[in-house]
Design a binder for this molecule. Structure first.
Ligand code: GDP
Ligand code: IMO
Ligand code: MG
Length: 423
């Protein structure tokens, strides 16, 4: 059996949580492989909306095992809060949720460091979610991080204090105040006690044994390919490998074991935080898109920057991920437009047209070149079959399939589970 991977092809918030929830009944395991509480994955069903940050999106299905993989950075405080917030659902955490002992722990000073680094960058700040993601991955790669398995060690407190000491030295260099630390540490140690009581495992064995037994696994990506540490718009990226390859390292699965790669994209683009965004709209269309799509961050509440779909960027993400199926999200948000634009190329100041995301692109001051299509400009309410879509929406989907060379097998036209159309 092979492991399928589901990931975002843009700058995050494509609707991954919704699709994992919709696909989950086809799987026995859902596993997160990277990122941490910078993610906010929204699920809507039975008239209720849930935002998950670190818990995999299969958690509401009682027969699914949810794995927090080794590639994840885990904040015990936020994790405990998330679980407390789900108290009204009858979820058996001992049975349905396991955490890799090799996942890395976010400690309070990682969050202070995140804030200190951002402050020091001034205008050039990344726009981090300030959840401590960058500093934690920095410690992981620097070989000084604490891991979930360390929580069980009798020396944990000493290990923790040694790391905090190192962080305090850096924080004093940045002249960053430590006033909040005592309060944060109190919550941290309470949360650590809670996490120690959960099911902490060597998840690479669980995953590989499950595959050997023929069980179906879905790896749930966080963030998006254009925020990938290597291939995103560096340095305006997150600190993990958000692409398919990250599912291999973040779960301990061999590349030859990857099956379908589901690439999720919005019918337009959004981005939170700083960094290049060639098709960004600063006019009324951008405002309307934000309003219609309710484009405000699930984790930070920040307004998301909005713009038209960017084909060169999407093609790039499809290439680096080996996407086998595309899922187009938030089609309904474009209902409001009489005309819809799609960026086909970028134009350089010299007039030359390019369609590659080269190393230099962020310095090149590119202008998007658009193809304009007729919008459907009507409600999609109640539609449950692809064939019933307005002709203009079908033309949009089919144009994208032709341009991208990968089938669009699912079109989402609303946040609810039910508003999902298979093609
Ligand atoms: P994720 O991070 O990729 O899981 O996406 P987020 O949950 O951060 O953001 C996606 C937002 O769009 C959430 O508020 C979803 O409820 C919502 N959403 C998902 N699919 C659709 C859709 O097809 N139409 C509309 N209008 N909203 C959607
Ligand atoms: P999901 O999984 C959208 C963005 C931040 C910032 C940059 C770095 O919900 O799609 P970080 O906190 O990781 O150091 O921030 O990445 N970012 C996201 N944007 N969706 C996300 O996750 C994101 N996670 C991080 O806004 O620009
Ligand atoms: Mg999100």
């Amino acid at each position: 059996m092979k492991m399928d991977v589901l990931l975002g092809l843009q700058w995050g918030d494509e609707g991954k949580g919704k699709v994992v929830d919709v696909l989950a009944p086809k799987y026995e395991i859902v596993a997160r492989f990277q990122g941490g509480p910078n993610a906010g994955h929204t699920l809507e069903f039975d008239g209720i909306k849930h935002v998950l940050h670190q818990i995999p999106s299969g958690i509401f299905r009682s027969n699914i095992l949810n794995i927090v993989g080794n590639g994840v950075v885990l904040d015990p405080i936020i994790f405990k809060k998330e679980i407390d917030g789900l108290a009204k659902f009858d979820i058996d955490y001992q049975k349905n949720l396991v955490i890799s002992k090799k996942a890395t722990i976010i400690i309070p000073t990682h969050k202070l460091l995140d804030a200190a680094y951002e402050k020091s960058k001034g205008d050039q700040k990344i726009g981090s979610t300030l959840k401590g993601i960058g500093p934690t991955y920095q410690d992981k790669i620097g070989r000084s991080a604490l891991r979930v398995g360390d929580l069980l060690s009798p020396d944990f407190l000493q290990q923790y204090q040694a790391l905090v000491q190192k962080h305090k030295t850096i924080l004093s260099f940045y002249d960053y105040p430590l006033d909040e630390l005592a309060e944060m540490e109190k919550s941290f140690f309470q949360a650590v006690d809670f996490v120690k009581g959960l099911n902490l495992i060597d998840s690479e064995y669980v995953v590989n044994e499950a595959l050997a037994e023929g069980k179906k696994i879905l790896a749930e990506g966080a963030q998006g390919s254009l925020l990938d540490i290597d291939f995103g718009s560096y340095p305006f990226v997150t600190s993990s490998t958000t692409m398919t390859a990250g599912a291999c390292t973040g779960l301990g699965v061999a590349p030859s074991r990857i099956g379908e790669v589901f690439g999720i994209f919005k019918a337009y683009c959004t981005r939170v935080g700083s960094g290049p965004f060639p098709t960004e709209l600063f006019d009324q269309d951008g405002e309307d898109m934000r309003k219609e799509g309710n484009e405000f961050g699930s984790t930070t509440g920040r307004p998301r920057r909005c713009g038209w779909l960017d084909l060169p960027a999407l093609r790039y993400s499809i290439m680096i991920n080996g996407v086998t199926q595309l899922f187009m999200m938030k089609g309904d948000v474009l209902n409001i437009f009489e005309e819809i634009k799609v960026c086909t190329h970028y134009e350089l100041p010299s007039g030359e047209r390019i369609d590659k995301l080269s190393f230099e692109i962020s310095q090149l001051n590119v202008k998007p070149v658009y193809k304009t299509m007729k919008g459907w400009n009507c409600s999609l309410k109640g539609i449950r079959e692809y064939e019933k879509f307005p002709e203009e929406l079908k033309a949009y989907v089919e144009y994208l399939e032709q341009e991208l060379g990968v089938p669009i097998n699912l079109v989402s036209i609303g946040p609810d589970r039910e508003q999902t159309i298979l093609k």
